[in-house]
Design a protein. Structure first.
Length: 159
């Protein structure tokens, strides 16, 4: 049996929009800050303001494009005995991690958008956290993972 945990494009879209608003706010605040030196060094002021209004949006656009293109290249699959995290990379590179259910100590979820999307965090034996991002209905997915962990658990120390 295998079950692919559904991802949410709304999560990526909201993340990109929120970061765009923060970049816009940062541009305004930095422009006001640089305005303080406008009377002392007007050319430096102009260069800093132009660099801010060009540099930050270009950086935001590049990072947003990267996030948009790579968000659907990661899949989380519940297999019979482990969780598979599969990532497709550039130029055909692929990376796969397998996490046995008996190594998972706890499962938690956090959601946004009235529970429509969010993250699922897994705590492993070595105090390592694995975070599944852009998950649709994270509470439901966390419950499915807990169910798989309990079904494969040999001891009862699951939280």
């Amino acid at each position: 049996m295998s079950y692919v945990i559904p991802s949410s494009k709304a999560s990526v879209t909201h993340q990109i929009i929120l970061s765009g608003v923060l970049v816009l706010l940062a541009c305004v605040v930095l422009s006001l800050f640089f305005g303080r030196i406008g009377s002392i060094a007007p050319i430096t002021h102009q260069v800093l303001v132009i660099a801010t209004w060009v540099g930050l949006p270009v950086l935001w656009a590049a990072l947003s494009l990267h996030e948009h293109l790579t968000s659907d290249k990661t899949t989380y699959t519940l297999l019979d005995d482990c969780l598979q995290v599969y990532k497709k990379g550039w130029f055909g590179m692929r990376h796969e991690d397998l996490y046995r259910y008996d190594s998972i100590l706890s499962v938690s979820s956090s959601s946004r958008g009235h529970g429509a999307y969010g993250t699922v965090a897994l705590r492993l034996h070595r105090q390592t956290d694995i975070v599944l991002t852009h998950v649709a209905c994270p509470a439901e997915q966390a419950a499915k993972i807990k169910q798989m962990v309990k079904a494969n658990r040999r001891t009862t120390n699951f939280v």
